[in-house]
Write a protein that binds this ligand. Structure first.
Ligand code: DCP
Ligand code: MG
Length: 360
């Protein structure tokens, strides 16, 4: 791949949750809308419509503050199942154009279209076709960035939001990066941006004046990364995520057990272990499945799907015990018990670990 220029598209939906709400509820169209927690409590804004953004309302802002900025702001609760469904449909559209898709969140993905699956001709035309399909089939707008690497494609998609399409070809990359404000660089957060400004680094060109060694001295490992980024050096491949469908844990006993109370104790332990494993991956799911294997190696599984995304051992155990209560183990010895969680909404992706929001 090194000598062949790759063609990368980054697609990001515009005001995702809010646009879906405005699509489904016409009375919200054209209105300043915040999807998220109530301003009465300690809720936060998940996202705001572009009408609300004019007033400074932003993701992750407290809903109370948002209301102060924009007194006529309308609040609605998120409907995750709907967003997830839209997300699945967006990915199905992507897959018509390429097999190399790397979703970053529900509303965002990198596509490598170097191999032109439909023979459309150019990456720009592929991006146009994708935007059109999303518009016509889902009634939503997306912004796309087209370039030869992931970093530039991602910045490009953000360039002309909403409903934007920005192409940054190889000949423009250098000047584009030199003029780019440093806070727009991949990996530069608020703190790093402040620090850079302290050194007089405001745009890419300033960053470029520093040697790799100097950057590493100032910013550690990230310095090396910045050195390459500002030169448009980003060979990271588009990696289709192997998103796991379920995560589970099971235990085979040294000696088979007969007592239901012992099984309950074991389920409790399994849920605790599963909670740990899930938190490492920051996963939340809605479906809990129990598995019971008997001494004769026959087994049963039972599943239940909750209305909410869960990941705590208590929440899982509640469902497990409900399932277990209905599972007949009478007179049978059990050799293995298992618990798994599936139907994930990557907690990572939805960024809504705020309990106020998760409760709806
Ligand atoms: N989200 C969230 N909490 C955040 C950021 C985002 O819950 N702190 C959710 C709501 C967004 C969705 O993720 O609709 C996608 O995030 P984006 O950052 O892509 O933001 P939007 O799609 O809402 O707006 P933009 O048009 O800027 O992409
Ligand atoms: Mg978006």
């Amino acid at each position: 791949m090194s000598d062949v220029k790759r063609k990368i598209i980054h697609v990001d939906m515009d005001a995702f949750y809010a646009s879906v709400e405005q699509r489904d509820f016409p009375e919200l169209r054209g209105k300043a809308l915040a999807v998220g927690g109530s301003p009465d409590g300690r809720g936060v804004v998940a996202t705001a419509s572009y009408e609300a953004r004019k007033f400074g309302v932003r993701s992750a802002m407290s809903s109370r503050v948002a209301l102060q900025l924009c007194p006529h702001l309308i609040f609605t609760r998120p409907r995750f199942d709907v967003y997830k469904d839209v997300s699945t449909k967006i990915r199905a559209i992507f897959s018509r154009y390429t097999d190399l898709i790397e979703p970053l969140s529900l509303d965002e993905a990198y596509l490598d279209v170097t191999v032109d699956k439909q023979g459309i001709g150019s990456a720009i035309d592929i991006a146009k076709a994708i935007k059109l399909a999303i518009q016509e089939e889902l009634g939503l707008t997306a912004s796309a960035g087209v370039s030869t690497n992931k970093f530039i494609a991602k910045i490009a998609s953000d360039f002309n939001k909403p409903d934007g399409l920005t192409f940054i070809g190889p000949s423009k990359i250098t000047s584009f990066l030199e003029q780019l404000p440093i806070e727009k660089f991949f990996g530069v957060g608020k703190v790093t941006a402040q620090k850079m400004k302290g050194y007089g680094i405001h745009i890419g060109l300033d960053l470029k004046q520093l040697s790799e060694h100097e950057l590493m001295r100032k910013f550690g490992k990230s310095g090396k990364f910045f050195y390459h980024m500002v030169r448009g050096d980003d060979n990271r491949p588009v990696k289709p995520n192997r998103i796991s469908k379920s995560i589970g844990i099971e235990d085979t006993f040294a000696t088979d057990i007969l007592e239901r109370s012992e099984m309950i104790t074991e389920f409790r332990l399994l849920c605790e272990k599963l909670e740990k494993r899930l938190s490492g991956k920051s996963k939340e799911g809605r479906t809990v499945t129990i598995k019971i294997k008997f001494s004769d190696f026959t087994q049963i599984t039972r599943s239940k799907t909750s209305t909410y995304y869960i990941s705590s051992s208590d929440d899982m155990l509640a469902l497990v015990l409900e399932l277990f209560a209905k599972a007949d183990t009478e007179e049978k010895r059990v050799r293995l018990l298992g618990v798994s969680l599936s139907n994930f909404y990557d907690a990572d992706l939805e960024k809504l670990s705020n309990p106020q929001l998760r409760l709806f």
